[in-house]
Design a protein around this ligand. Structure first.
Ligand SMILES: O=c1ccn([C@@H]2O[C@H](COP(=O)(O)OP(=O)(O)O[C@H]3O[C@H](CO)[C@H](O)[C@H](O)[C@H]3O)[C@@H](O)[C@H]2O)c(=O)[nH]1
Length: 355
């Protein structure tokens, strides 16, 4: 494995060539820009199941550099993945490719386990065959389930409430077993809170296919008049205004943590798990108010029933990663709303719009 440590040098190992699975997706595309900006070679695999090929022109325009190669393939296709590892000398992998909507996963458990667990084992098989042992694995605060009030740290026992969350927790356990059996592996699992926002250029953002299931793109589309009103999923939670509380984390803070993680893969073998969050909880109605002030428009909403699998509160304590790497989120909720709104204004129909 090459990495970026010069022969005989005492400088820490850092990867040169990174394979980003799901690199056309929401977090993956922002990670590509950040990695290109910091001098990495980036290879992407994606099947465009919830993303669009047009994103690469935008990534390259922002970064001023090209993604090294892009392969359209399904992450479960181990043979196709092997061909990618045959062609490129990959130092480390960031594995974003997954289905990610907790509520939807309760209606499609087989698809979720197949893509998320089957995709991860296919990837691990191809990595193993090619001697690639370094992985950053995006997990989720959803693994903690209904763990109660206040910021949760990594010692909180996982109790997933949806197939999506369970699939992330199962993958973490698979990775722990792999690291236990094969001491040459180095894996960093990042459990992060609800990612939102957009690239500050306004050229990249969250562009879900069809109806956005997530709060932030839905808010943006309502503010822009593309949708009539937001449906708030439940106002009978035991919170200050009855709506559920999440810890909204700017996508640029998320991807910066992934880059730090990549550089830390060389520090020690085995598996480490870190939370990424702001430690601050906001209700759905808090988000409506923050977005409304960012865009200067009122956002109509109505109260609907709870969404299956949702929990009252998920807020993360990131003290461990701050102590280990000095990572802390630097963007505010106002930044997050402003950036998401800029993306919506520049691309009201998502990546289908030419910029
Ligand atoms: O139309 C909507 C959409 C969402 N919500 C509410 O808004 C909050 C946030 O919901 P999102 O779907 O935007 O985000 P989640 O926190 O449910 O899920 C996100 O964050 C998770 C971690 O919390 C996982 O990482 C997951 O993949 C990611 O999409 C929830 O209380 C949800 O019920 C609404 O009221 N109306």
């Amino acid at each position: 494995m090459a990495g970026r440590r010069a022969e005989g040098s005492e400088a820490p190992w850092t990867p040169s060539t990174v394979l980003v699975t799901g690199g056309a997706g929401f977090i993956g595309s922002h990670a590509c820009v950040d990695l290109l900006d910091h001098g990495y070679e980036v290879i992407v695999v994606d099947n465009y199941s919830n993303s669009a090929q047009q994103v690469f022109a935008r990534i390259e325009r922002i970064a001023g550099r090209f993604v090294g190669a892009v392969y359209e393939l399904d992450i479960r296709d181990r043979r196709a993945l092997s061909a990618v590892f045959d062609r490129h000398s990959v130092d480390a992998v960031v594995h974003f490719a997954a289905h990610k909507a907790g509520g939807r996963s309760t209606r499609m458990p087989i698809e979720y386990y197949d893509a998320n667990v089957g995709g991860t084992t296919a990837l691990l098989g191809a990595m193993h065959d090619h001697g690639v042992h370094r992985l950053v694995y995006p997990s989720s605060c959803a693994v903690y389930g209904d763990a109660g009030h206040g910021p949760l740290d990594e010692t909180t026992p996982p109790r997933p409430t949806t197939p999506y969350a369970a699939s992330k927790w199962i993958c973490e356990q698979i990775l722990a077993d792999v690291c236990h059996r094969h001491p040459e592996y180095s894996v960093l699992c990042l459990r992060y809170s609800t990612p939102a926002g957009a690239h500050p250029s306004g050229q990249l953002g969250q562009d879900p296919h069809a109806m956005p299931g997530f709060l932030m793109p839905y808010l943006a589309q309502v503010a822009d008049g593309r949708r009539e009103r937001l449906e708030v999923f439940g106002a009978d939670y035991p919170t200050h205004d009855g709506t559920a509380i999440r810890d909204y984390l700017h996508v640029m803070d998320v991807v910066e943590a992934h880059r730090l993680a990549l550089d830390r893969l060389g520090d020690e073998p085995g598996m480490r798990v870190f939370n990424l969050g702001t430690g601050e909880g906001r209700s759905v109605l808090d988000l409506v108010a923050a977005f409304s002030s960012a865009c200067g428009r009122s956002i109509p909403y109505e109260i609907g029933p709870r969404r299956q699998g949702d929990v009252t509160e998920l807020v993360l304590d990131s003290t461990a990663v701050r102590r280990a790497w000095g990572w802390r989120p630097t963007r505010t909720l106002a930044d997050l709303c402003r950036d998401a709104w800029r993306f919506q204004r520049l691309s009201p129909n998502g990546y289908a719009d030419a910029l």
